[in-house]
Design a protein. Structure first.
Length: 221
């Protein structure tokens, strides 16, 4: 029986503004997590400790466990994971916010500020597939920036679902018209996609089953 997944939503998301103080009591961290933190710079160590304490608090609430009892495995720079039967995690962050997802099924998340400035025309030309270029090339200025950003959110969420790499897989994930699905042009793997706006941020969630995206709870933690 899946741990903690009887009833309730299929997918839970937690959002946290980095401007709000993250919990910093490191007593819930494992010895391994504390050791990892000592190998990082002071700034990265502080972010690592605070983010893992926060993740443990979120998951502890979800599974009705104390934070230290959550069997989280989240080394620096690697995707967080739970043991078999506990569900699947995805984590995304931008300079001022964090987004954590936990689901009964594999998911991918990506979070960005909606006002993020990026070289949209260059990204479209160098990193998006021919079909996307043809659909978006008529857009200009702010419309192009926003369209490229929203496509990017879905693409990067898909790469996280795939456990792939941006350098290798970005061009092959094609966001389909309507932006409710995405397909990998080599493997033909198709994922359902959903875009959400929250205040100054936007995020994408992808999964193999559309139902996973229809049963989401968002918590401000």
């Amino acid at each position: 029986m899946d741990q903690g997944w009887s009833g309730g939503s299929v997918t839970a998301l937690w959002f946290r503004r980095m401007s709000a103080s993250l919990p910093c009591d490191a007593s819930c961290l494992s010895q391994q997590e504390l050791q990892w933190s000592t190998r990082l710079s002071k700034t990265r160590s502080d972010v690592f400790i605070r983010s893992r304490v926060w993740m443990r608090a979120c998951l502890g609430d979800r599974f009705q466990l104390s934070p230290e009892a959550v069997p989280l495995q989240a080394p620096p720079g690697e995707p967080p994971v739970l043991p078999n039967g506990w569900g699947f995690l995805s984590l995304s962050h931008c300079p001022d916010a964090l987004l954590l997802g936990c689901s009964k099924h594999p998911i991918g998340l990506d979070l960005e500020r909606r006002d993020r400035m990026l070289p949209a025309a260059s990204i479209l030309r160098r990193s998006y597939c021919r079909e996307e270029q043809e659909r978006l090339q008529h857009l200009r200025a702010e419309d192009l920036r926003l369209a490229v950003l929203r496509h990017w959110l879905i693409k990067e969420a898909s790469i996280k679902w795939q456990q792939g790499a941006i350098s290798r897989d970005l061009r092959f994930w094609e966001v389909r018209p309507g932006m409710s699905s995405v397909v990998h042009q080599r493997s033909q793997q198709t994922l359902a996609a959903a875009l959400h706006d929250y205040d100054a941020w936007a995020f994408a969630v992808v999964a193999a089953d559309q139902q996973v995206l229809q049963s989401i709870t968002l918590c401000l933690a």
